[in-house]
Design a protein around this ligand. Structure first.
Ligand SMILES: Cc1cc2nc3c(=O)[nH]c(=O)nc-3n(C[C@H](O)[C@H](O)[C@H](O)COP(=O)(O)O)c2cc1C
Length: 192
């Protein structure tokens, strides 16, 4: 017999990201963030490789990255408005957690499964932050995919990638619902 948990089900059925620009201080303290990271690290991980890690970015680090983004934008020819968007998102954030996909050499577990696991960690982190009462938003952007930015700015190894940058803070407004998928259009029931 199923043993339902209606509170969790209701949370999952109504979960909604909070746009990062609507997040403000205070951000979770280290003690408040630890259970959120613990929940995120409790994600499916084929082969128990732990192919991910966290970088917790506090305001001074985010400001440093905003400055560094300007250097990378010039090197890459990123449009000024794109740079401004990235800088304002970094400078305005009370806290962000970069989830780093860190694939491990394995003859058994394909790298793509390790990347899927990193994506699962991102969603679990987002959900745990929301469940703890914070607003949170999963972002990426051009800088998250720029090797110069992630290796020099965040200290990533060549094989590592940014799976997501999860902004976490105090929400100032609840966004309206956004359209959700038509389940009939994306679901196939195979009976035999
Ligand atoms: C891998 C990934 C990267 C994303 N990057 C951005 C981004 O850079 N900027 C943005 O506005 N939204 C981005 N989004 C979408 C936001 O997370 C958006 O708020 C989300 O789709 C809202 O969905 P939810 O309410 O179901 O959580 C990204 C989503 C994913 C999965």
């Amino acid at each position: 017999m199923p043993d339902p948990n209606p509170t969790v089900m209701e949370f999952l059925l109504t979960r909604r990201s909070r746009p990062s620009k609507t997040l403000t201080a205070p951000a979770p303290t280290r003690d408040e963030l630890m259970p959120i990271l613990t929940a995120a690290a409790r994600s499916p991980d084929h082969g128990k490789l732990e192919p991910w890690r966290f970088i917790v970015l506090q305001p001074a680090a985010l400001a440093r990255l905003a400055e560094f983004a300007a250097i990378r934008a010039e090197a890459l020819g990123v449009a000024p408005e794109q740079l401004a968007k990235t800088q304002s998102s970094l400078r305005g954030a009370p806290l962000a957690v970069a989830v780093i996909a860190a694939p491990k050499p394995s003859g058994k577990i394909p790298e793509i499964e390790q990347l899927y696991s990193a994506g699962a960690v991102c969603l679990a982190l987002l959900n745990a932050a929301h469940a703890a009462g914070w607003g949170a938003n999963w972002l990426s952007g051009w800088a998250a995919h720029d090797r110069g930015f992630v290796e020099e700015g965040l200290g990533l190894a060549p094989a590592e990638r940014v799976a997501g940058i999860i902004h976490i803070g105090t929400e100032t407004s609840t966004p309206p619902e956004r359209p959700r998928p038509d389940l009939d259009a994306i679901t196939e029931w195979v009976e035999a």
